[in-house]
Write a protein that binds this ligand. Sequence first.
Ligand SMILES: [Zn+2]
Ligand SMILES: [Zn+2]
Length: 338
Amino acid sequence: MKAVLLDQTGPIEDERLRVADVDIPEPGPGEVLLRVQACGVCRSNLHMIEGDWVANGVPGKLPIIPDHEVVGTVAKIGHAVDGLFLGDRVGVQPLWWTDGTCEFCLSAREHLCWNKQITGETVDGGYAEFMVASAAHVHPVPELLTAVEAAPLFCPGITAYSAVAQARIRPGDRVAVFGLGGVGHMAVQVARAFGAEVIAADRNPLHLDVARELGAVSTIDVRNVDAGEALAADKGGVDAALVFAPSDVLTQQALYGVRRGGTLVLGVSAQLPRLAFFEAKTIVESVIGNRADMRRVLKLAEMGLVRSVAEPYPLDRAVDALRALKRGELRSRAVLTP
Ligand SMILES: [Zn+2]
Ligand SMILES: [Zn+2]
């Protein structure tokens, strides 16, 4: 099969990825082989490829086939698999496998599993014509979605859902979303589905356009405006802010723009300022989500409440898609179509 392999981490400009012919993998017990139809290109692919996460043990092996938001059809079924049939169309999210027995798996927080395997980071992912998935961790894809539309639900979709769910939003709340790339553009829609009025903040005019199309009531171009001041000037700030922009300055503005008693959800790492306890704000770190979250995202997509804005690329143009992502040239999500 054709696959895109990472041999060694380094700058994406240095041709770190190569397209190669490799053997089609065999599904083991509890696993299925998928014929990949679509595979979203995630910023975390870029982090892994460029070596940003080597200290965190990512990539977990080399060479590796990257990526973790994959839609494909079941092409072969391993032993001890129930409920899946040849030709079923399913999606794979970053959580490739969890042990099911640790304290986190037993408390509905399997995304924190001590022994988890991450698709495209510790096991081969979706930049290929075929990939192996753990049968217990795949999800049926709603029929009305194309594979290209559906693939981004499996990482930005679940990441956005889980972050919004932790923002304690009530209908009518005002919510600011900072950073409107792959995850942020989904978060705008999920927050609206929760009944919030959404304000979108970004430095990329393309992304602000997408946010307006998706129903943001107003936008803040952070190149010209201090978003914290702007939010605080209206009713003392928003009820919740979600940050997906990797920027300490924007994170600090987001915190300032949250009203007293409100919630800041971080989907990126950030340096926080000195915290003023007397405003009783809640700060939450959020990372992907569990399988129940994934099912809820797919339900929202099936109901037409969440859609991805995706641009298809052929598999052998993976590097072009990653470079466009790095340069901020994508409207939202590039999706490879092997
Ligand atoms: Zn991702
Ligand atoms: Zn576990």
